[in-house]
Design a protein around this ligand. Structure first.
Ligand code: OFO
Length: 171
């Protein structure tokens, strides 16, 4: 049976994963508006991945005997300034999520909740990948600057991102 502290922390993280999904959906719409279909697809796929993260935590909380409390989701921005700034905001957000997952593990350790410590290992590893993926895109966008042809090449590459599936996310 999960402790009340752990339950509260997991419910908080479910809300943050929902917000991540919301944020990436907003970024996807921003890219659509700015004629960057590859970036739009990349953020839309990232949204789908966040829904998988949220569902994973939601299912775990119920399975562990906790009570799900769905909190209000904050409104994400509409305008991100530029495509580079959108990806920079994404990187900053992922760093925030990494910190949050680490704090969640601290709670699990303090509560002597071994099952949740094991469960969270997947998210710890996933965050390394999340940050690395976005950082690579930010670095490339900085490199090409305002070069339209190079930006289109990056956009084309991002359009190739594979669909998010639970199986792919496990791997
Ligand atoms: Fe759920 O990893 Fe991104 O936010």
């Amino acid at each position: 049976m999960i402790t009340k502290n752990m339950e509260k922390a997991l419910n908080g993280q479910i809300n943050k994963e929902f917000y991540s999904a919301y944020l990436y959906l907003a970024m996807s719409a921003y890219c659509n508006k700015n004629a960057m279909p590859g970036c739009e697809h990349w953020f839309r796929t990232q949204h789908d991945e966040e829904v998988i993260h949220m569902t994973k935590m939601f299912d775990y909380l119920m399975q562990h005997g906790g009570e799900v409390h769905l909190l209000q989701i904050d409104e994400p921005p509409v305008d991100f300034g530029s495509i580079l700034q959108a990806f920079e905001a994404s990187l900053e957000h992922e760093q925030f999520i990494t910190k949050s997952i680490n704090e969640l593990l601290d709670v699990a350790v303090a509560e002597k909740d071994h099952a949740t410590q094991v469960f969270l290992q997947w998210f710890i590893t996933e965050q390394v990948e999340e940050e690395a993926n976005v950082k690579e895109i930010v670095d490339r966008l900085k490199l090409v600057g305002d070069n339209g042809a190079a930006l289109m090449m990056i956009d084309d590459k991002l359009s190739l991102r594979a669909a998010a599936t639970v199986a792919a996310d496990e791997g």
